[in-house]
Design a protein around this ligand. Sequence first.
Ligand code: ADP
Length: 256
Amino acid sequence: GQRVELYTERKDELGELAASIADLSSELEHLKTARNDFLGSISHELRTPLTYIKGYADIINRQDLSKDEIKEYTAIIREETEHLTLLIKNLFELAKMDQNKFSIERKQIHLQVLINSIAHRITTVFAEKGIAFSWQCPDDILVYIDAERFEQVLINILDNALKYSSEDSSVHLEVCQSAESTEITVSDQGDGIPEKDVPFLFDRLYRVEKSRSRNSGGTGLGLAISKEIVEAHGGTIQIESELNKGTTVIIKLPME
Ligand code: ADP
């Protein structure tokens, strides 16, 4: 570090080299901190459900409980186990992505067929929570995508729209195509996201208001995974949001 600094002030090639070495080492330092933060978050995220599981198992073990109480506590244990399973599955998926061990298999897909099939499955789930789901997609759009992975992205985003919206609101999915790209937009009228949180939404394990998201069963990995998948398709994903007004997620896929 220090020796490099001796040269960074120089205006010649040596100075340039020293400056880029200095950049590199600060980048490495940054990566190290990011990795440590991530490991810290992982152990926290794994420990929380385990604490619940152990706690309720102890209660069931120690006390004389009614049948209903046992039912209630085992249901919590079950829920926490499911959450852990999902968390581990998602972490594993991201690890595979980091090692480039995940492959996308792209095919020519009729986007409207894919969206109709998703819409068909989710409309009832939305209606059960009093949320109206609508969608619009021109019938002539062909995209070159891994349908299974891409469906995972859309389900993640729609699931968020559902989780973070209240009843009597609506969620709309819209597809439009320009000369450069196919754009898929999902807008909701839900909780929205504070401005300060927006830049971090795609970070792993990042959640706005931990408890709110935790109650909704989120792991904080859905958007990170979605971003990896969209980028593996050469596309981009961005989020615009206003607190208490709603959120819009925009996916752009370049024309092949
Ligand atoms: P989670 O599994 O917790 O939902 P995500 O990675 O999918 O994790 O999203 C990260 C965080 O972004 C969420 O915890 C939530 O706080 C916020 N978020 C995502 N989508 C929305 C949305 N449509 N409305 C409000 N907040 C959202």
